[in-house]
Design a protein around this ligand. Structure first.
Ligand code: COS
Length: 391
């Protein structure tokens, strides 16, 4: 079992320590009876049900709607993603999407939207999705071109969304579209769109190297009630960014879970594998590699739980901290996992081996929810702003 001494850090309360221990035991046993992952749609539906039955999805919504905490507890979200990712990429994915796909409703939804969607998300009765990216707008959110035109009591949506996780199995999508109050970022709004709304079609299912439900969506004169607007019109960009501020640290946490698993696999292998009559772990080159892996893991954990603790302690924005946590941890996990592959040799690339799966799982995390390059832009802007304000 991986090093858990980080749980003694002052970032955590005792309830976090209990959560990490209980979830870790639950996840090892849930993954032992691991269901068939060749059908990812069915596997994700099963994970959502299992996570709901054992009350883990309650961490995705506020207490008033069946959740555990009054507001998001980012440390809990990070601990859960880290622990699930250690055991199963799809379990982590299923949990993460329930959170990301309902986060904007928690932050900006009307009472009616919150009470319709949030309890159903935490009970696993509705599968959630977050539809922001478009064929020509991923990193540059302000460039998105899906439109939402007001027509009496309805908005009419037209456009294309792509790379939408849970696309094809979601019961509803939080969709960002241009309502045109102003050019660029100030002219966007966010909506809740039920998956069975006429005019919303799944145009394409997308296969990726670490398979999970993913699709391109087409909106053609898709009429949705005006009451499905989140917050005020024109606030969509800020709602998207505020949601990402919370969930970006959790992407880092998932990467950390993958990295911890890779280090554990490497430790198990190098301490038992004999080479030239000695355990592989006794060679200095192996020691150096293991040291680098452990260092990257601790540094990632420090940045992730710093960001999470800062948010939980009441910070209005953690844009800089969350971007640093995501950027560093996803890049570091890629290096850690690559080192594990190298230490395991042929086994590390054998199809189905945990390390081979990690090698495929980690790659997308450096791209989604703000690619590494975007995180650098975000960090630089925050640093420059602070400098200008203090000059
Ligand atoms: N929280 C709240 N408000 C925010 C915010 C945040 N994290 N970030 C920006 N804003 C606000 C700004 O304060 C600004 O408001 P004011 O004009 O009232 O001051 C407004 O939003 C526009 O901000 P900005 O000028 O920085 O917008 P840009 O278009 O230049 O933003 C980046 C560029 C790169 C920061 C943004 O597009 C981004 O994060 N892109 C990546 C998105 C992403 O993760 N895509 C993947 C899809 S999700 S899987």
């Amino acid at each position: 079992m991986s090093d858990r001494t980080f749980l003694d850090w002052p970032f955590f309360d005792d309830e976090h320590r209990v959560l990490a221990k209980t979830l870790s035991e639950w996840a090892s046993s849930a993954c032992e009876s691991e269901h068939d992952h060749t059908d990812v749609d069915a596997a994700c539906r099963t994970w959502v049900k299992l996570l709901a039955q054992s009350n883990w999805l309650k961490y995705c919504v506020p207490a008033a709607y069946g959740g555990v905490y009054e507001n998001f507890d980012v440390r809990s979200l990070c601990l859960i993603r880290e622990t699930l990712a250690y055991h199963s990429g799809l379990a982590d994915f299923s949990f993460a999407m329930q959170g990301l796909g309902s986060g904007a409703i928690t932050l900006a939804g009307s009472e009616e939207l919150k009470s319709t969607y949030l309890p159903a998300v935490s009970q696993g009765e509705k599968i959630a999705a977050f539809a922001l990216s478009e064929p020509d707008a991923g990193s540059d959110v302000a460039a998105l071109s899906t439109t939402a035109e007001l027509d009496g009591d309805h908005y009419i949506l037209n456009g294309t969304k792509t790379w939408i996780s849970n696309g094809g199995i979601a019961d509803y999508y939080v969709v960002f579209a241009r309502t045109g109050e102003a050019p660029g970022a100030k002219g966007l709004s966010a909506f809740v769109v039920d998956a069975d709304t006429p005019g919303l079609e799944i145009a394409e299912r997308i296969d990726v190297i670490a398979p999970h439900p993913l699709a391109t969506l087409e909106f053609k004169d898709c009429r949705i009630p005006k009451t499905h607007l989140l917050g005020e019109s024109g606030q969509g960009f800020k709602i998207a960014m505020a949601t990402l501020d919370i969930f970006r640290s959790t992407v880092g946490a998932a990467a950390l879970g993958f990295a911890r698993r890779a280090l554990d696999e490497a430790l198990n292998r190098t301490t038992t594998r004999k080479i030239f009559d000695q355990p592989l772990s006794s060679f200095q080159m192996t020691e150096a590699t293991l040291a680098e892996m452990a260092l990257d893991i601790d540094a990632s954990a420090l940045l992730i739980y710093r960001a999470a603790w800062t948010k939980d302690s009441g910070a209005d924005r953690v844009t800089r901290e969350a971007a640093m946590a995501k950027l560093f941890s996803t890049e570091a996990a890629q290096l850690v996992i690559d080192k594990a592959v190298q230490l395991l040799g042929g086994l590390g690339v054998k199809s189905g081996h945990p390390v081979e799966k990690l090698y495929r799982e980690i790659r997308a995390l450096r791209i989604y929810e703000g690619a590494s390059e975007v995180q650098k832009i975000v960090i630089a802007r925050q640093v420059l702003n602070t400098h200008t304000q203090s000059a």
